[in-house]
Design a protein around this ligand. Sequence first.
Ligand code: SAM
Ligand code: SF4
Length: 329
Amino acid sequence: MIDPFGRHVTYLRVSVTDRCDFRCVYCMAEDMTFLPKRDLLSLEELDRVCTAFVEKGVRKIRLTGGEPLVRKGIMTLVASLGRHLRSGAMEELTLTTNGSQLARHAAELALHGVRRINVSVDTLDDAKFKAITRWGELARVKDGIRAAQAAGLAIKINAVALKGVNDAEIPEMIRWAHGEGMDLTLIETMPLGDIDGDRTDQYLPLSVVRAGLMDRFTLEDITYKTGGPARYVRVKETGGRLGFITPLTHNFCESCNRVRLTCTGTLYMCLGQEDAADLRAPLRASEGNDLLNAAIDEAIGRKPKGHDFVIDRRRNKPAVSRHMSVTGG
Ligand code: SAM
Ligand code: SF4
């Protein structure tokens, strides 16, 4: 699949549920209304759409959400997508998780061919963790991380940089993650969806974080790339990798290789744009995949050149009205 700007689309992110057992302050309001279950694609339908994408050249699938591991029966989907790894049609199957259910699922993920996962941890302080996630428990996430390590999964920690919340802790998080053999990626908050509160209060530019880190660490530029928007450095003192995802201050759209499928079968060609294509109707209209394939081709044909995120201080409105839990980040 090649889009109008010559970019090969080889990466599909799939939000398998909009539900979550946490309520992170930058992601959701506390009293979120979730989609009625009947609107969701079944696990079989998710497999069918993913397989159509693999047949069209997608080499990597990331399951996300909401919290992917709270979707009932999710391991059935992981097991069935694992066949594309074994056949060589797909290179990587991975997921982004908050880690709360990881202790139960880590061994099985590894069994089905998952090799690397991303776990989101914004702080190492129990009370702050509770304040940020509202409903989460850090000890449980750490248990999940240990189980994943024991199962042989490589782990990347994702941390959202939050002004006045975890900024002072970032050096400690670097030492912790790297000490455990995990990469760490810092993410700027993105203006997606209404939350209870003011985003301009939370926004912390990573250029500021990076400048602060340079007083304590030697950051060496490296060419390591995962095909995503993160730019990596090696921290000389720890030997570990540190990534920066800066959607608001750095434009990475020119090398974008991804599209995003929601749990209702809507395909977003760009995280920062409203334009979308419905794949559920063509999927359900017939047993064969002709209509589905045509809808995918048509959607890829209008993948936009880039996003226009901006945290608007005057309007204080999200640039994109849907929540991150719908498209999965
Ligand atoms: N529940 C899983 C988790 O937290 O890892 C997967 C879904 S979550 C939406 C994916 C990632 O998006 C997490 O690392 C989370 O911290 C990040 N995220 C959520 N809302 C965000 C926002 N408004 N700006 C930047 N990152 C955000
Ligand atoms: Fe849930 Fe992940 Fe959003 Fe936190 S960031 S509320 S864990 S979906």
